[in-house]
Design a protein around this ligand. Structure first.
Ligand code: URA
Length: 234
């Protein structure tokens, strides 16, 4: 791929803007030799203003989503892309969230531009467990674990029952819930179905990954070892 297209696809600017960067001599190889828009050079050998480029297509990142951010590219409020370098929003192929967390849910969110990987993670066949900590408005009654595990719980306006889900009670009003599917507002609706109300919700595990010390709003790229760990469920 010609360099001008490579940089434009990585979100560094429109083709026109990127072409100007070349004319200004801002794009070089690792030894500082100026590169030209039509050159075809390996991604790892290119520098912009002396800095290596963002990762090529196939990137996977882990974000600690704070409460108050929407998993959307367009929303009048704050969106998860606001927490990343602005050019990440302009990448082609698009960097998308792997599934969604509600605006009021915090925790582990993956983002990728790799469609096959996204499908592999979100496909119902993958059965990747997602673990959420829910804080509730009322004490648990005691029968919720049985109801969630039954595989027969029907949520309003759904046509099929929920797959069995796990519940581990931590305190009378705090519990871990493990899901292997992801329906709209699922956990909030599950607790509403058993007469409770979720006050706060935090996802702390997806497959074999956890947040590993990332503070709210922080993110990092995942390498091969962590990709593998994602699919190794505990
Ligand atoms: N369940 C919910 O209700 N909200 C989320 O964000 C995720 C699971």
């Amino acid at each position: 791929m010609k360099l001008v297209k490579l940089l434009a696809n990585l979100g560094y600017g429109s083709r026109k803007q990127v072409a100007l960067m070349f004319r200004e001599g801002r794009v070089t190889d690792a030894a500082g030799e100026v590169l030209y828009a039509d050159d075809v050079v390996g991604h790892a050998d290119v520098r912009l203003d002396g800095e290596p480029l963002d990762p090529p297509q196939g990137m996977l990142l882990l974000l600690h989503k704070p409460v108050g951010y929407t998993c959307s590219t367009k929303d009048p409020g704050r969106v998860v892309y606001d927490l990343l370098p602005p050019r990440f929003r302009l990448r082609n192929p698009l960097l998308s969230t792997v599934g969604r967390l509600d605006r009021d849910t915090s925790g582990l969110l993956l983002m990728t531009d790799d469609g096959a990987l996204l499908h592999r993670i979100t496909s119902p066949k993958s059965h990747l467990p997602k673990v959420y900590e829910a804080t509730l408005a009322q004490d648990l009654r005691g029968d919720e674990a049985g109801v969630f595990a039954s595989g027969t719980l029907m949520l309003e306006s759904e046509k099929t029952p929920l797959a069995p889900a796990g519940l581990d009670v931590l305190e009378p009003r705090r519990a871990n819930v493990t899901l292997v599917e992801g329906r709209y507002h699922q956990i909030r609706r599950m607790f509403a179905a058993v007469g409770n109300h979720v006050q706060s919700l935090h996802r702390h595990r997806l497959g074999g990954l956890d947040l590993a010390g990332l503070a709210p709003g922080e993110w990092r790229l995942l390498g091969d070892a962590e990709r593998e760990r994602l699919f190794q469920t505990p």
